[in-house]
Design a protein around this ligand. Structure first.
Ligand code: BGC
Length: 965
């Protein structure tokens, strides 16, 4: 049809009829108002029952021109010539009228009525009445876009983009129908601000079916007919889009939904902190030990009483690094941590931690103190070398991170220790480690950084020693600076037992918890922290931060959701893991003429000599001592060296030499049932040599005990064991030496013996694991995580620095002038040939690297190679990637940057690609720049090496690349 100015093209008559139709339709709007059947509903729920004071929506057809809204309060009772009568309540206040909907308040005057007849009047005509059911309580929650009209305390609507946090978010639920109130406004009038109109009954609110604490219920000030219920999102509310329901006076609303998210640990900690008194805060920041006082609950060696009114659990602490500390009772005696590091296998390390965690938990403890990541290679005579994971920050940090993950996955707090530069036991309470900032950051501190960032450890223990003049536990640069500042550590710093030296100074430097008692923080030996706050010596905010960190750790580790409970130890699982750990971590150091593996059918007779190998295997002492399942095979007095004097040495003198109940002699006999296996205890070298001479072969066990509280005088085996080995080897060239020791040892008889196996402290299935390796049931694949020097004279400090006298209380300097050149970096830099290099270990098969190349270079490079098993038996090789930084940096020739352990069948070849990124937490391409106090990648040439140890002759250059100008 043609059109003209928007009108259809019509003749005049037809136009007239259209106009008439329009007039008729206008006339039709003045027809009587009609309320739809069941057209009066609650405006929030659309339900048919209303409570006085609520808002109703009336649907129908009403003779209203254009919609109109009430423009001011109190609401009018007539709007656009429309009014509504609500039975005995009279004229209802009007919010809004249109031709299809009218919104009114049900007058308060209807309270007590069960129903009301409603009529709409418009243009002088009245609708037929319609009855609405009334109740005192008809709770109904408003909704917006399908979600509840529920806000947080900042008046942001709670929805998927702004979820409420379980346990902390205060919610405002907008609703109606909550019944009688105090300070009731007139119908149509706004609710008052002061005093607030509160409901006379308190409603119950559930969020996701879980009761919520209600903090307010009343009318929304300034609005008509709208109630507001304030509640707290319950801590145990389910997560996600969950229903909210209000009940009051026996009536229950229909549900609307809101979003709930799990609190982050920070929010949870903050919410709990806000409820704590000063005394309660003080209680959490120190242990409860008192001299001569009882042990903690369940015999915990250290503990912090919880706060039951807030559900904060007791913190019950257990050592140690190689299994649960003996004071709690028998547990799995694992091989030493060093043995585990020698597997270069993070899955094995995780299993190690998981076993310890499960057993710590079984004793009802919930804080583990065993994450010793001190760099052993700086002082290999350190009596605690066996507790740690070697000399390389990347390897040691990664192994310890896996231990912590294994532990914390059992819902325990894991602790890294001893922070920092705690590398000798001699004078450990007075030793003042002097080191340059870059040296520290790139060595001992880097091991902590890697361990922390790869594990989310919730606790760090500061050490006894001083670092650059300040005690580690009141060392601002270590605690506030590197740990909390640069690495973003959000957990808590606890002192080693009695390592705190002050109250306020320590707290201000970053110590969060004093152990084992409150000697300083609790005011026994100084100004308690609460007094310090009252005196203005320490801000309240610092105590709050200390407590928040502890609470955060409790939340992060899951101690609230998984309360500690005494359980049973799976001794079989522990034993199996202990055996596997040693089978993966024992290192074959020599195998002349392929003396090993032994052929059980051919050995004929074997002399087993020394180290109590008839009954057991040695373990390390101190707070890492485990009481092995089944009881010790042998308990001897500690052999503390003459240098172990004074208070620093107490842990040694209080220790025992424990042999775990796993007899290598019996295990060897079991592997070779038809062989004649005889034992000689090795105390008489001549007798031992005679037995060796009359046997087809000899296995000599040598052991070196070490412990917390002592350093080894040297790296020789004590008690004439070196002479024993020489005598036996002289008598029988088929002499195999098995070493049980904590860290590096010298082997002056190396040239005389046929084979040498490093079995570390072998653990409670050490005998079986050793026998499996000697007879080839297991092919050794361990690699040294620490260099074995050729002489103590090659160490940075041939003589261990010590205090001026046993009774001295004056700190003494231990100069770490080698800086970052720890372990192989020291030997490489100085061109010193070690006895065995870092990363070294043999196999019963042979491996070949080929096609070693860089497939990409720069700050994120990839190195590829083929690795083949060229021998006759299956075996695993650890392919190691080292990087040399530009000479201008002054860095050592190489640093470990990556590795992978590959299991290959005979003849099998596998392609591997490893990626190294400068962004990795180990900063593989960076140096610590003291000017900018940050990690920097230098301009210059980088060389990438691949091989199976750190020694130059076992490495292939994969390629070089240039970064920068
Ligand atoms: C050790 C720590 C141990 C603490 C608690 C100290 O003697 O140095 O490693 O965790 O005691 O037993």
């Amino acid at each position: 049809m043609m059109t003209e100015n928007g009108w259809p093209h019509l003749n005049p008559l037809m136009r007239a009829s259209v106009l008439l139709a329009a007039v008729l339709s206008a006339f039709a709007q003045t027809a009587a108002p009609v309320i739809n059947p069941c057209g009066i509903v609650d405006a929030a729920s659309y339900g048919p029952v209303l409570a006085p004071g609520s808002i109703a929506a009336i649907f129908g057809s009403f003779p209203v021109g254009s919609p109109a809204e009430a423009a001011s309060l109190p609401l009018p009772t007539s709007l656009s010539q429309v009014s509504v009568r609500a039975g005995a309540g009279g004229a209802a206040p009007l919010f809004y009228v249109s031709s299809s909907q009218i919104n009114v308040q049900i007058p308060w005057e209807l309270a007590g009525q069960s129903q009301a007849g409603m009529t709409v009047m418009a243009s002088g005509q009245t609708s037929a009445p319609q009855t609405v059911a009334l109740a005192s309580f008809a709770p109904a929650i408003f909704s917006v876009n399908g979600q509840g009209a529920i806000q947080d305390s900042s008046f942001r609507l709670i929805d998927a983009s702004n979820p409420a946090t379980a346990g902390s978010t205060a919610i405002l639920i907008y609703c109606m129908g909550l019944g009688p109130i105090s300070n009731q406004p007139a119908s149509g009038a706004a609710a008052l601000t002061s005093p607030l109109s509160e409901t006379t009954n308190t409603p119950a609110v559930t969020v996701g079916g879980v009761p919520a604490q209600v903090t307010f219920s009343g009318l929304v000030p300034g609005l008509v007919g709208v109630y507001q219920v304030n509640a707290v999102t319950p801590a145990n509310a389910p997560m996600g889009d969950v229903p909210v329901v209000i009940s009051i006076g026996g009536a229950t609303s229909s549900s609307v939904n809101m979003y709930v998210q799990a609190p982050d640990t920070d929010q949870s900690a903050g919410a709990l902190l806000a409820q704590m008194t000063l005394d309660e805060k003080l209680q959490l920041v120190h242990g409860a030990y008192t001299f001569g006082g009882p042990a903690g609950p369940l015999n915990a060696e250290e503990w912090v009483p919880g706060i039951s009114r807030l559900g904060i659990p007791d913190l019950l602490y257990a050592d140690g690094p190689v299994g649960v500390y003996s004071s709690l009772g028998p547990t799995t005696a694992l091989p030493s941590s060093m043995a585990n590091a020698a597997s270069w296998d993070l899955d094995e390390a995780y299993k190690y931690g998981a076993i310890i965690g499960a057993e710590v938990r079984a004793y009802g403890m919930n804080v583990w103190l065993g994450g010793n990541v001190n760099l052993g290679g700086r002082e290999p005579r350190d009596g605690r070398t066996f507790e740690a994971a070697g000399e390389d920050p990347l390897l040691a940090g990664s192994i310890k991170a896996a231990h912590i993950r294994g532990v914390q996955d059992q819902h325990l707090i894991g602790t890294l220790k001893h922070y920092g530069l705690n590398d000798q036991e001699t004078g450990r309470l007075l030793a003042n480690a002097i080191i340059d900032e870059r040296g520290a950051r790139e060595s001992d501190l880097l091991a902590f950084e890697v361990a922390l960032k790869n594990s989310n450890a919730q606790s760090v223990m500061c050490s006894y020693n001083l670092v650059n003049g300040d005690y580690a536990c009141q060392n601002d640069s270590l605690l506030n600076g590197a740990l909390k500042g640069d690495w973003g550590f959000s957990g808590f710093v606890q002192s080693d037992a009695f390592a705190a030296q002050s109250s306020v100074a320590s707290a201000l430097a970053g110590l969060d918890q004093e152990q084992p008692g409150g000697y300083y923080f609790g005011g026994v030996w100084g100004e308690s922290l609460d007094t310090a706050i009252q005196n203005g010596d320490m801000p309240q905010s610092r105590l709050d931060d200390m407590v928040r960190r502890i609470l955060r750790a409790i939340y992060a580790a899951g101690l609230f959701n998984y309360p500690s409970a005494v359980g049973t130890i799976d001794t079989d699982a522990g034993a199996a893991t202990a055996q596997e750990i040693l089978e993966q971590g024992a290192v074959l150091l020599k195998n002349g003429g392929n003396l090993l593996p032994l052929d059980a059918s051919k050995v004929g007779s074997i002399a087993v000599i020394g180290a109590h190998a008839d009954v057991g295997v040695l373990s390390g002492g101190g707070s890492a001592q485990v009481a092995p399942t089944g009881g010790a095979a042998l308990t001897l007095a500690p052999e503390c060296p003459s240098s172990a004097v004074g208070t620093s040495a107490l842990a040694c003198h209080n220790a025992s030499e424990i042999y775990d109940p796993s007899s290598p002699l019996k295990a060897i006999q079991a592997m070779a049932p038809s062989a004649s296996v005889q034992f000689n205890d090795g105390t008489d070298s001549a007798a031992a040599a005679a037995l060796a001479q009359s046997s087809n072969g000899a296995v000599v066990f040598v052991s070196q005990w070490e412990s917390e509280g002592m350093d080894l005088d040297d790296l020789n085996f004590s008690n004439n064991q070196d002479a024993l080995v020489s005598a036996v080897a002289a008598a029988n060239p088929r002499t195999i030496v098995v070493m049980e020791n904590g860290g590096p040892q010298l082997a002056p008889w190396l040239g005389q013996v046929g084979a040498l196996l490093e079995a570390w402290y072998p653990g409670e299935r050490g005998g079986e694991a050793i026998a499996n390796i000697l007879f080839g049931s297991v092919n050794p694949s361990g690699k040294l995580p620490i260099t074995f020097p050729a002489s103590v004279n090659d160490l940075p400090r041939p003589v261990i620095p010590s205090p001026s006298s046993a009774s001295s209380t004056t700190p003494f300097a231990v100069s770490y002038s080698e800086g970052f050149n720890v372990g192989y970096k020291w030997y490489d830099t100085n061109g010193i040939e070690p006895l065995f290099p870092f990363g070294f270990g043999l196999s019963y098969t042979t491996f070949a690297f080929s096609n070693v190349s860089l497939t990409s270079s720069g700050e994120q490079f990839q190195v590829s190679f083929d690795l083949a098993n060229t021998g006759a038996v299956a075996g695993a090789e650890v392919a190691q990637v080292y990087v040399g930084l530009p000479a201008s940096t002054g860095e050592p020739p190489r640093r470990l940057a990556a590795w992978t352990k590959v299991l290959l069948q005979p003849g099998e070849k596998q392609s591997e690609t490893l990626t190294v990124s400068s962004n990795d937490v180990s900063h593989p391409l960076s140096y610590w720049d003291v000017n900018s106090e940050s990690w920097q990648v230098a301009s210059g040439d980088y060389t990438v090496y691949v091989g199976n140890s750190s020694a130059n002759d076992s490495l292939t250059v994969a390629g070089m690349f240039h970064i920068g100008q």
